[in-house]
Design a binder for this molecule. Structure first.
Ligand code: AMP
Length: 541
């Protein structure tokens, strides 16, 4: 082999930090605090504080590769963690505060988090599971509030460190930079572990023209939480290109978001359908209240966005919705429904059909779909399970050999999504082979609910299915067969589940049925059940 004569330059996050320091010191990062006031500072401030965080973490005795957990909203301090933690050589591990305390304890223990950065508003969540973990240092992210005994104030930690002690490291790009656990599998949550290289490459892809087209001129408002797969890579990509960031904090209500869009001149935003459905309703109620003329792109993903929503945003408010699909195991972006020129030549209504699909693969992601008889043709009709490969897609789960069956022998990842692929390479998700329900962007395991329900003395069989829901996309419905001669009410079953599951997991409805349709191999035929309850629109919100 004749080797090319190019430098062996390592793709690492400290490079992005240095670029921000050298070129974009004047750019702004705005955060909305819980009380709705604004915190503002520049990239220069952000870089200095991220460096101090890196120095301080090393001072706490962290070794390269150690995990640092975070429990936080989309804030400037969380952005500092995104860069400060990996730049110290440690691994940024974002935890989802919406999970049940037992899952949080499991995840913190499995990842062996040594330090936890906790937003002060999330202390009650942390305090519920801290005792179950081996976290050595709890750091409370507060701008000046009191810190419980035995914990460190984030500001004290930073002021005790000197940014001039920070030296840009020369890491191997294969080193781990960040991790995120997914409940989007059966069994216990599993960790995806991203490298510096995969994160840098993913950031470059996110910024590309036919992906999200991010540049220095943009103002990005990530609605998607920073604990959901690195906010889809937007914080890393925005800093790479020098885009202004508007961090909404915990304020994800339509009025706060719309004020933020208008006041800060947001050009790009992204999040799950639930949030943007609420925003659409607010806009419809007061169509002339906000000037959103700078908002050029609203990426919606994490769950399917209805065609009517894409159309309504465009026709009634002049906003282009871009549908996207991805997974925790994919860093997460896999496909984006930007329309290539060939599709833009089609009539408007047909174009809309493509916009409502999940999109075509972004550069460096390859797709194929496997049916019962091998790979299916790209005809837009044949169904198969989507498999993917690419440089930011997991090669295995972190220390979870039981997840090995998700990876094929030839190095592809099995997504569990059942799709068609059309001649333009657009995927359309038709179903999910994972026995899971996605409500407002968060996973609910039907199997776990079923097991818990079947542990109730009056329940013979329980099958939990997803029913479509206007606001939350999907909600759980439990079909229950009672034991002969036993009785239980909806309220009994609800109370039975309450203590073991997060509130949003509890089924919206319990349907008492004679029997549950079974397959020849003795499994619940959920498809049949879903058909039976297809018209069921849960009234609860
Ligand atoms: P997560 O790992 O939590 O990000 O969830 C990934 C899963 O969410 C995918 O495998 C899909 O089942 C689902 N998902 C993500 N984006 C979409 C979308 N645009 N349409 C339908 N389902 C989606």
């Amino acid at each position: 082999m004749l080797e090319g004569l190019t430098q062996d330059y390592q793709l690492t996050l400290p490079y992005i930090l240095r670029r921000a320091e050298q070129l974009y010191g004047y750019r702004e990062i705005v955060t909305r605090r819980p009380d709705k006031t604004f915190h503002r500072y520049t990239f220069a401030d952000f870089v200095a504080r991220s460096k101090r965080l890196a120095v301080a973490l090393t001072g706490l005795g962290l070794e390269p590769g150690d995990r640092v957990g975070t429990l936080g909203w989309n804030t400037y301090q969380h952005l500092e963690a995104y860069f400060g933690i990996p730049s110290s050589g440690a691994v940024l591990h974002t935890l989802n505060p919406r999970l049940h305390q037992d899952d949080l304890a499991y995840i913190a223990n499995h990842a062996e988090d040594r330090v936890m950065l906790v937003d002060e508003t999330l202390l009650p969540v942390f305090e519920k599971f801290r005792e179950e973990t081996n976290v050595e240092h709890a750091v409370v992210v507060t701008e000046g509030g009191d810190v419980p005994e035995g914990m460190i104030s984030y500001e004290d930690l930073l002021s005790g460190a000197d940014e001039t002690d920070f030296e840009y490291p020369n890491f191997d790009e294969k080193q781990a930079a960040a991790m995120c656990y997914t409940s989007g599998t059966t069994g216990r949550p599993k960790g995806a572990l991203y490298s510096h290289r995969s994160t840098v490459l993913h950031s470059m892809m996110v910024a590309m023209g036919n992906t999200f087209a991010l540049s220095e001129e943009d103002c990005v408002l990530p609605v998607v939480p920073m604990f959901h797969v690195n906010a889809w890579g937007l914080p890393f990509a925005s800093v790479l290109v020098g885009a202004k960031l508007m961090m909404p904090g915990p304020n994800l209500d339509p009025a706060s978001l719309l004020e933020g869009f208008e006041q800060e001149g947001v050009t790009f935003t992204a999040g799950v359908p639930t949030v943007f459905l609420a925003v659409l309703q607010a806009l419809d109620a007061e169509p002339d209240r906000y000037d959103l003329s700078r908002l050029r792109s609203m990426v919606i993903g994490g769950a399917a966005v209805p065609k009517g929503v894409i159309k309504a945003y465009k026709e009634r408010h002049g906003i282009q919705v871009v549908h996207a699909w991805g997974m925790t195991e994919m860093s997460p972006i896999g496909t984006v429904a930007n329309l290539p020129t060939r599709i833009r030549e089609l009539p408007e209504e047909e174009q809309l059909e493509y916009r409502a699909k999940q999109g075509y693969p972004v550069p460096l992601v390859e797709i194929r779909a496997r049916g019962d008889e091998g790979f299916v043709p790209w005809d837009g009709e044949s169904l198969g399970e989507l498999e993917v490969r690419g440089p930011w897609i997991a090669s295995s789960y972190y220390e979870a050999p039981e997840g090995a069956d998700r990876f094929t022998e030839d190095g592809w990842f099995k997504t569990g999504d059942i799709v068609t692929i059309d001649g333009f390479g657009f995927i359309k998700i038709a179903d999910r082979s994972k026995d899971l329900i996605k409500s407002g962007g968060e996973w609910i395991s039907s199997v776990e609910l079923e097991n818990a329900l079947m542990a109730h003395p009056a329940v013979a069989q329980a099958a939990v299915i997803a029913i479509p829901h206007e606001k939350w996309d999907e909600r759980p419905l439990a079909a229950i067969v009672l034991k002969e001669g036993e009785s239980a009410t909806e309220e009994d079953l609800r109370r039975h589940l309450e203590s073991d599951f997060a509130k949003f997991w509890l089924p919206d409805a319990y349907e008492f049925v004679e029997s549950i349709p079974m397959t020849a191999t003795g499994k619940f035929q959920k498809l049949k059940l879903r058909e039976r309850f297809a018209g069921y629109q849960s009234a609860k919100s």
